[in-house]
Design a protein around this ligand. Structure first.
Ligand code: BES
Ligand code: MN
Ligand code: ZN
Length: 481
C-alpha cells in the first residue's frame, strides 16, 4: 500500500512515532526537549546513519543523524528519511519534523523526505509465500516554510512511486517477465495513466525491419515486442523529448554465453526500459509542459538452435549493417533500431538508458552511471537532472578517432571494439543510429541499475535508477536551439 505524505503544523497526537532529523551541530548544542545526558549515554552524536529511539507515552520518539551541518545536502535528507521507512515502518503513522537549521529550501527537503521515506519502505514480496508487511501508511511532515508544502510532498511521493514501479519490473524474474508480459504490463500502466500506447508485435517488427531486435531475439522462444508510449501535455507542448530504454528481459549472452556468475543478475538487463516505463507512469501527475515519447525494444537474449551466430550480419532499420562478432554485445543492436524509430519522430532531443557495458562499471563503479552524447547543451541538462535528483552520472567522451575500433571488413561496422574503452565504443555505435541534428544523450546504467546491498534509499536488487533523473530532466526541459 502506498504511503501518503501530509504537510502539518505540529506533531499530531495520534502519531505512532515522532522523528527529528538532526546534525552533529544540533546535538552538541542540545536538542530542544531532549535530555542531553540520555543522548550521551546512548552514544548518539548525530553522525550520519546514527539512530536513537526511546519510548514516550504510547509513542516512540526517534532522532536520526545526518552528520555535520556543513556537509548536509538533499541526499542527507533522502538517506535519513529512508531510515525512517526502513526502521520505523512497523508504525502506521509517523510524524517527522523538518530540520530548520540547514541551508536547503524547505520545499526541496520535503520532496527528498517523501522520496526517501517511500523508497526506504520498499519491499519486493511478490514471490514470497510469507512476508511481514509494513504498516506505514501515513507520514505527517511537521513545520517549515515554503510556498508549495503539500505539492512538494506529493511530487516526492510521485517520483518514489514511479521508481518503485521500475524496481518491481526489474525484480520480476526473466522467466515470468517475458517480452509479451512486459509489453502487457506497460500497456496496462499506460491506460491507467492516460498515455497513448502502441505495441508492435513480431509481425509488425518484421514489417518495420527492426533487424537488430529480430537478430537478438532469434535464439529465443519468446517473441519480441516494441512498445511506444506518448504523453501529451494539456497545453501547447514546449517541445518533444524522446526516451529510449534497453529492454532485455534476460541476457544469457546468447551463443557468446556468459558465465553462471555473470548471468545471475541478468534479469536486470531491462533496467533502462523499466526506468522509462516508471518515469512515463508519473507524467500525468507531474504534468510537464513538453510532449514525451518513449520507444522500448523488448526481447531476451537466448541461445536456441537458430540463434544469431558470431559472424552473422544484421541490417538495422535505417539500412546500416552490423557484423555480430559477440552475441553478448546485444544491447546496442536493439537500441540501434529503437534510436532509428525515435529519430523518425523528429523529437527535439533523445535520451537513452541502458544496462549496456561491464566496461562502464569498471570505469565508474556500481553507483554512478556513464553519460555520453552529441550535444553539450543537452548533455548539460542531463547532468543538471542528475544532480537535482540525486542520481549520479559522470560524463565520458565519444572520441571520433575511436570509431576505427568498430570497423568491419564485411559490414558497415562490427558490434564490438577492442579490449579497452568498451563503454565508449558502445556509445559510438549507438551514435550511428541517431539522425543528424538531433541532440542525443546516452546513459549507461549497467552499474547503478542493480544493487547487491541496501543503502540509503537504494534497495537490494533492482534500484529503479534513472526514474527521478528522467522526471527532473523532463520537468526542466528546454529545447536546445
Ligand atoms: N547486459 C550486459 C552489460 C551488463 C553487465 C549489465 C553487467 C549489467 C551488469 C551487456 O549486454 C553485455 O553483455 N555487454 C558486454 C559487451 C561486450 C561483449 C563487448 C560486456 O560488457 O561484457
Ligand atoms: Mn549482453
Ligand atoms: Zn545486455
Amino acid at each position: 500500500m502506498a504511503v501518503t505524505f501530509h504537510a502539518v503544523r505540529s506533531v499530531p497526537k495520534v502519531a505512532n512515532a515522532s522523528v527529528q532529523i538532526v546534525t552533529t551541530d544540533v546535538v552538541s548544542s542540545g536538542v530542544p526537549g531532549v535530555d542531553p545526558g540520555q543522548l550521551e549515554n546512548a552514544g548518539f552524536e548525530g553522525k550520519a546513519k546514527q539512530v536513537h529511539t526511546w519510548p514516550s507515552g504510547g509513542r516512540v520518539n526517534a532522532l536520526i543523524g545526518i552528520g555535520p551541518e556543513a556537509d548536509a545536502d538533499l541526499q542527507s535528507i533522502r538517506s535519513a528519511s529512508a531510515t525512517i521507512g526502513r526502521t520505523l515502518g512497523r508504525n502506521r503513522r509517523v510524524a517527522v519534523e523538518l530540520p530548520s537549521d540547514l541551508s536547503l529550501t524547505d520545499d526541496d527537503m520535503r520532496r527528498a523526505l517523501a522520496e526517501g521515506a517511500a523508497l526506504g519502505a520498499y519491499r519486493f514480496t511478490s514471490h514470497k509465500s510469507e512476508s511481514e508487511s509494513l504498516k506505514l501508511s501515513r507520514v505527517d511532515v511537521v513545520g517549515g516554510a515554503g510556498a508549495r508544502k503539500q505539492a512538494a510532498l506529493d511530487l516526492g511521493a510521485a517520483f518514489a512511486e514511479a521508481q518503485m514501479l521500475a524496481r518491481d519490473l526489474v525484480n520480476e524474474p526473466g522467466g515470468t517477465l517475458t517480452p509479451p508480459v512486459f509489453a502487457r504490463r506497460t500497456a496496462a500502466m499506460a491506460r491507467r495513466s492516460g498515455l497513448k500506447v502502441k505495441v508492435w508485435d513480431e509481425a509488425a517488427i518484421k514489417k518495420g525491419k527492426l533487424g537488430g531486435l529480430l537478430g537478438v531475439n532469434r535464439g529465443s522462444t519468446n517473441p519480441p515486442r516494441f512498445v511506444e508510449l506518448i504523453y501529451q501535455p494539456s497545453g501547447k507542448p514546449t517541445g518533444t523529448v524522446a526516451l529510449v530504454g534497453k529492454g532485455l528481459t534476460f541476457d544469457s549472452g546468447g551463443l557468446s554465453i556468459k558465465t553462471g556468475q555473470g548471468m545471475m543478475t541478468m534479469k536486470c538487463d531491462m533496467g533502462g526500459a523499466a526506468a522509462v516505463v516508471g518515469a512515463m507512469s508519473a507524467l500525468s501527475t507531474v504534468a510537464p509542459r513538453c510532449r514525451v515519447r518513449a520507444f522500448i525494444p523488448m526481447t531476451d537474449n537466448m541461445l536456441g538452435g537458430d540463434a544469431t551466430r558470431p559472424g552473422d550480419v544484421l541490417k538495422i532499420r535505417n539500412g546500416k549493417t552490423i557484423e555480430v562478432l559477440n552475441t553478448d554485445a546485444e544491447g546496442r543492436l536493439v537500441l540501434a533500431d529503437a534510436l532509428c524509430v525515435a529519430s523518425e519522430a523528429k523529437p527535439d532531443a533523445i535520451v537513452d538508458l541502458a544496462t549496456l557495458t561491464g566496461a562502464c562499471m569498471v570505469a565508474l563503479g556500481p553507483k554512478i552511471a556513464g553519460l555520453m552524447g552529441n550535444d553539450d547543451t543537452w548533455v548539460g541538462q542531463v547532468e543538471a537532472a542528475g544532480s537535482s535528483s540525486g542520481e549520479r552520472v559522470w560524463r565520458l567522451p565519444l572520441p571520433a578517432d575511436y570509431k576505427k575500433m568498430v570497423e568491419s571488413s564485411v559490414a558497415d561496422m562490427k558490434n564490438i571494439g577492442g579490449p579497452h574503452g568498451g563503454a565508449l565504443t558502445a556509445g559510438l555505435i549507438l551514435q550511428e543510429f541517431v539522425a543528424d541534428g538531433i541532440p542525443w544523450a546516452h546513459i549507461d546504467i549497467a552499474g547503478p541499475a542493480w544493487s547487491d546491498s541496501e543503502e540509503a534509499e537504494i534497495s537490494k536488487g533492482g534500484t529503479g535508477f534513472g526514474v527521478r533523473l528522467l522526471l527532473d530532466l523532463i520537468r526542466n526541459f528546454e529545447p536546445v536551439s
